[in-house]
Ligand binder design. Sequence first.
Ligand code: GUN
Length: 279
Amino acid sequence: MAQLIDGKAVSQRIKDEVRAEIERDGLTVGLAVVIVGNDPASRVYVNNKKKACEMCGIKSYEYALPEETTENELRELVRTLNDDPNVNGILVQLPLPKHITEKKIIKTISPKKDVDAFHAENVGRIVIGNYAFLPCTPAGVMELIHSTGTDVAGKECVVIGRSNIVGKPMAMLLLHENATVTICHSHTKDLAAVCRRADILVSAVGKADFVTADMVKEGAVVIDVGMNRNAENKLCGDVKFDEVEPKASFITPVPGGVGPMTIAMLMKNTLMAKRLQSK
Ligand code: GUN
């Protein structure tokens, strides 16, 4: 039977550390959160980010813009926030409405305030290992792996999914800790066989019940980044938990695994942004 990895507890510890550091040094830290349109899931994420700011003693500035906002209007807001000394971090919630090109918006965010680490400059820094900000979800996954006491060096790690937000940076962070990393995607041949090699399996596919027991090696650490709704509209991950859990050594639940970590790492990055801008 696997041990559950408690994302809530680990994320609370990180938020407590952020709060303690802000209080100790008497810092004023601000995060601007921008949301465009009415996507209900995005609304929930943004509210959770605001709550986490309150918990950490970070001032949050919310900009909820209507669906019809133009690309130029959004870029203008981002430029204003780039120049605002009260704003240390800028987060533009994705996805954006279809008429706005995400790449153009991300490019407009000052790399020093890019607490998502989505800007090409920060992505490049991650690849060469000279980074200030770590991408929130992959960095949260690394914290969860560390919390199990697993040494990543030399381990076979398989990441399912190659998105810019999770899969690709996840592979980089594992590589920085000297893992042997394989990234799988929709063209991968015999996915189950590749996944069965994994000492650490990270799934970021976005499909309920995608990872089944036959894809998991006995004793593997299984990290589920998925955030899906099943047929009964219940929140679930990518992993078929009931059948995978008995084979794993450690496994993250959904909810309560990776989700809270993303927000905790965002708080950490916002504090880091403040430090960078004070230099
Ligand atoms: N949408 C889903 N995940 C994220 C994230 O980590 N950051 C932003 N900005 N949008 C998201």
